[in-house]
Design a protein around this ligand. Sequence first.
Ligand code: FES
Length: 144
Amino acid sequence: MASLLAPPLGASTAGRRPGQGGIQYRAPSAVAYGRPGRAVRAHKVEIEHEGRFHVIEVEEGATILETALDMGVELPHDCKMGVCMTCPAKLVEGEVDQSGAMMSEDVAEKGFALLCVAQPQTDCKIKTCSEDEYLDEQLVTSKQ
Ligand code: FES
């Protein structure tokens, strides 16, 4: 069966004569595939959303939202930049880096996270919450 996909990186058709099948492969380069032998770290994230539980593995440098969406877990979102506040959650356990979020430190310290920018630093348990719950906390904190 013919494939509609382009040849993978590192594949070459150079040197192939007409009628000669197959694709010749070169050894993968470090740039295209990362450093050989270097394991990508990942953290387990348990997500409770609308009464359902999901467990995903989030690779280092990836956000919880993008990984969840890739795994077919539908979570509320819009901007994916930490600005619109449609992806809030409570961090029940664990630690995330969400330095890209427009969120006060006080709100972050109370355990809120914006999943579109939250990158797990440890295994985590999170529970999504409503935008209203998040915004109420943001407003209360900003008045103090
Ligand atoms: S999707 Fe907009 S803040 Fe997360």
